[in-house]
Ligand binder design. Structure first.
Ligand code: NAD
Length: 476
């Protein structure tokens, strides 16, 4: 059986008290690995290692070029170990291995991109009239705590940690308790690539009254970057406020996917399937509210139902599988509990519902009122609530009637409508005629309950550095 321990100060170590937890494969529902179960003492040790590496180690001092080379070596190693990393996520949370391999590709790109971006990005200069000259310098912020969710274990970890490292910080990464494996393998590869001891530490454990809470309360930490549920984000924000440190929160969503009459229908159907059924809907960006205009509703729904029902459901380790089980039995219970709400709130299951084991089949709900829980709450599973609409004004106001604001999708061939609707939607990202396509320089984050702050490109630099102004006298 595989064993995943903490990685602290360059060594793989068990918990101080020797505690462990089982790592369960949601497809077989059997234990496939044993994981060190950390406590506050392990979290403190990891922060102390990161603090020491930041205050006295070479990483913050070696300059961008050397860090860039080491991070590129790490990305190369990730590509070489793609199968191992992908299988770790697949066994941890049931993601089809083909999708997990795609995540690894995007993860190594995260590392390469930020290594290059940190080296190439320009600082500002401010010519002054008074015989002086000013410019800005971006110093690394210090010790970064990165807390990741279980839905894209490696991809989310690299999205947070790569920019932190590229700008010279040291890191303590806490993966979600259900998905500890890929982060541990990644930390091993980082050491092999030449990332110095103590620069990337990984501690395993739970959130409340455990490793997560201890990390967010530790006064030696300079930044917290968190991805997870909105309710957890509120708790972490309060912990960061107590230590007066910046926090970046990437939280939940209830994405609106709007398909107008003039959309290219095959494209809209294909993306509407991907938007809610990829990764079994366990995606913060999921298009879980689908709005279809009246004129095409019947034909769109006919094609959409066929496409949802033809997804290949099965063993996530099989490369031909498109749709796997949910990540854990706890999460399975949460998702299926929404089926009971339909009887009370209204609505009808057009296709899907509970499957075998921890599977929930691709599920389409129609005729639910806009106030139904399936239309308002983040289910975080393969469950889409479809509503029809008449005109642009109505659909924009329906789409915006949510406390979330992470993302939205618009399908139309009308250029001015595309721009107008994109402008009027309250969301951190709007995709037009596509979904999930990213440029890592662009801001990523959410409005309202979907988060605080933006990451990506220079937005990550703003968060992971302390900008300093230097003012020089030029003439006396
Ligand atoms: P979660 O909030 O339950 O847990 C996320 C992480 O926080 C885990 O590592 C957990 O151990 C830790 N944690 C929990 N309570 C904590 C506490 N009190 N102090 C410190 N750490 C704590 O979320 P999850 O169920 O793992 O992930 C699913 C959620 O993440 C969904 O809401 C989803 O929308 C969101 N998400 C958002 C984005 C985004 O970019 N906006 C991306 C992926 C997932």
């Amino acid at each position: 059986m595989d064993v995943f321990e903490h990685v602290i100060a360059g060594k793989e170590v068990p918990s101080i008290d020797g505690a462990t937890m089982p790592d369960i494969d949601p497809y077989t529902q059997e234990q496939w690995a044993t994981v060190a179960l950390g406590s506050a003492a392990d979290a403190d040790l990891a922060v102390a290692a990161a603090r020491e590496a930041f205050d006295h180690g070479p990483w913050p001092r070696m300059g961008y070029e050397k860090r860039q080379k080491i991070l590129h070596r790490l990305a190369d190693l990730m590509d070489e170990h793609a199968q191992e990393l992908a299988l770790a996520d697949t066994r941890d949370m049931g993601k089809p291995v083909t999708q997990a391999l795609h995540d690894v590709e995007r993860s190594s790109w995260n590392v390469r991109f930020f290594a290059d971006h940190a080296r190439l990005s320009m600082a500002d200069t401010y010519p002054m009239d008074s015989g002086h000259h000013a410019y800005s310098v971006h110093d690394p912020a210090g010790v970064v705590v990165a807390i990741a969710p279980w839905n894209f274990p490696l991809m989310m970890s690299t999205w947070k940690v790569a920019p932190a490292l590229a700008w010279g910080n040291t890191v303590v990464l806490k993966p979600a308790e259900d998905t500890p494996a890929s982060a541990t393998i990644w930390a091993r590869l980082a050491l092999e690539a030449g990332v110095p001891e103590g620069v990337l530490n990984v501690v395993h454990g739970f959130g409340p009254n455990s490793v997560g809470e201890a990390l967010t309360r530790n006064p030696a930490v300079d930044r917290i970057t968190f991805t997870g549920e909105s309710s957890t984000g509120r708790i972490i924000s309060a912990a960061a406020a107590a230590n007066l440190i910046p926090v970046s929160l990437e939280l939940g969503g209830k994405g609106a996917n709007i398909v107008f009459d003039d959309a290219e229908m095959d494209n809209a159907v294909r993306w509407a399937v991907q938007a809610i059924f990829r990764n079994a809907g366990q995606v913060c960006l999921a298009g879980s509210r689908l709005y279809v205009q009246n004129g095409i509703y019947d034909e769109f729904m006919r094609r959409y139902k066929i496409a949802a029902e033809s997804m290949k459901v099965g063993d996530p380790k099989d490369p031909t599988t498109e749709f796997g089980p949910l990540a854990s039995s706890v999460h399975h219970d949460k998702v299926t509990s929404y089926f009971d709400t339909i009887a009370v709130d209204g609505g009808r299951i057009l296709t899907g519902g509970s499957g075998n084991g921890l599977f929930v089949n691709p599920t389409i709900i129609v005729d639910a009122p806009a106030t139904a829980r399936v239309c308002t709450e983040e289910i975080f599973g393969p469950v889409v609530a479809v509503q029809r609409f008449d005109n642009e004004e109505d659909v924009v106001s329906a789409a915006n009637a949510t406390p979330y604001g992470l993302n939205a999708m618009v399908f139309t061939e009308n250029l001015s409508r595309a721009h107008r609707v994109a402008e009027n939607l309250k969301a951190g990202t709007v995709w037009v005629n596509c979904f999930f396509i990213r440029d890592l320089r662009a801001p990523f984050g959410g409005i309202g309950d979907s988060g605080v702050g933006r990451e990506g490109g220079n937005f990550s630099r703003e968060f992971f550095t302390e900008p300093k102004a230097v003012v020089m006298q030029i003439t006396r």
